[in-house]
Write a protein that binds this ligand. Structure first.
Ligand code: ATP
Ligand code: MG
Length: 339
């Protein structure tokens, strides 16, 4: 396997009124070249914080991100005011190769700029081209995202939501990046428009050899688009697995509940409904972060925080009960019914 991004032990804390908000708790994962890796979780679980850290827009409190084995944050931190020429060039390489597409295309596109200027803007920073070459490139890129070249002189407010998201995609791919972070790219769009954007993204991935980090709370889309899925809850991964394994054999009760809320059937299992509200990050449960909402929680779940452990090849779960089931059954095959 050939990993393009590696996140190692990312922690992010914000400090509010003498209290610490631990938004990310030891997040580690790799993203394989050419694949789509997804992160799914409820609102406030830390998905955008991970995205912003990988994009270099936010510094982690500790931990690091590696792009093709080079550290994004050592000496090249975007927060550091004075960095030398060499590290600046490396930052430029990261900025060219790592692009981000946001949830709301209207907010991410400058309303005062015409579409032509918007899609060419990254090129002006990174490359020096003649006017003719720029116009030719703009036409080519609009064609790649299935937009008419006639929209070039329009402003963002004159486009539909789907067209705006296509402009955001055009701007992201114009520098030929290797890796694109998609943070809830469909959630402001109608389902049918979103389906068109998904098809465009999968075509571009094939044609341009792109790797995606796809962030969403929509499991149906995640199941369709992803090769690998991580489930996040209160800033911690509770389960990570290749997509097929996660959906055919979800082991964490939280993953099971998420799947039950999106799909009708889950291997003839009784549906798991989530109890209670997500606790505040200012006062997280001492044991398993999910313990206050888990219908199976036992004493150990309230006492100790379970680590993410590899239960079967490439399938990681942070749940005391899955481990207990494995030990008691003495089997390497763990099923959700053993909970
Ligand atoms: N700058 C900040 N200062 C304080 N708290 C923050 C800051 N940025 C994010 N948070 C908090 O961190 C937590 C995670 O936020 P994040 O935006 O990463 O969640 P998310 O999973 O992307 O949610 P959503 O699905 O709503 O986009 C939230 O509780 C949020 O309030
Ligand atoms: Mg978000």
């Amino acid at each position: 396997m050939n990993k393009i991004i590696s996140c190692k032990n990312l922690k992010k804390s914000f400090f509010i009124k003498n209290k610490t908000l631990n938004v990310l708790n030891d997040i580690s994962f790799d993203i394989e070249k050419g694949e789509t890796t997804s992160i799914v979780g409820e609102s406030g679980s830390g998905k955008s914080t991970i995205a912003n850290i990988i994009a270099g827009l936010l510094k982690p409190t500790s931990g690091n991100v590696f792009f093709e084995n080079s550290s994004i944050f050592n000496n090249t931190s975007v927060d550091k005011a004075s960095f030398d020429k060499a590290s600046f060039n490396r930052t430029k390489i990261f900025r060219k190769n790592i692009q981000m597409i946001f949830q709301d295309p209207y907010l991410s596109l400058n309303p005062k700029m015409r579409i032509l200027e918007i899609i060419l803007e990254p090129l002006k920073i990174h490359e020096k081209f003649s006017k003719e070459k720029l116009l030719k490139l703009a036409d080519e890129i609009l064609e790649k995202v299935n937009l008419s070249v006639f929209i070039k002189n329009r402003f963002p407010h004159q486009l539909s939501g789907g067209q705006k998201q296509r402009v955001a995609i055009a701007r992201a791919i114009i520098l030929n990046p290797k890796f694109i972070i998609l943070d809830e790219p469909l959630s402001s769009l109608d389902v049918s428009i979103g389906a068109g954007i998904i098809n465009l993204l999968t075509d571009l991935q094939k044609n341009l050899d792109l790797t995606y980090l796809f962030i969403s709370h929509d499991l149906k889309v995640i199941k369709y688009i992803s090769d690998y899925v991580s489930v996040i809850y209160m800033g911690k991964f509770l389960e990570k697995a290749p997509t097929k394994k996660l959906f055919s054999n979800p082991l964490h009760p939280y993953t099971q509940a998420l799947i039950d809320s999106s799909f009708t059937f889950r291997n003839n299992q009784t549906k798991i409904l989530l109890n209670n509200e997500t606790p505040s990050l200012l006062d997280p449960p001492k044991g398993c972060l999910f313990s206050t909402r888990c219908p199976f929680a036992k004493k150990i779940c309230f006492d100790a925080r379970p680590d993410l452990k590899e239960i079967e090849k490439d399938h990681f779960v942070a749940c005391h009960l899955v481990k207990t089931a494995l030990t008691s059954l003495g089997s390497s095959k763990t099923t959700s019914s053993s909970l």
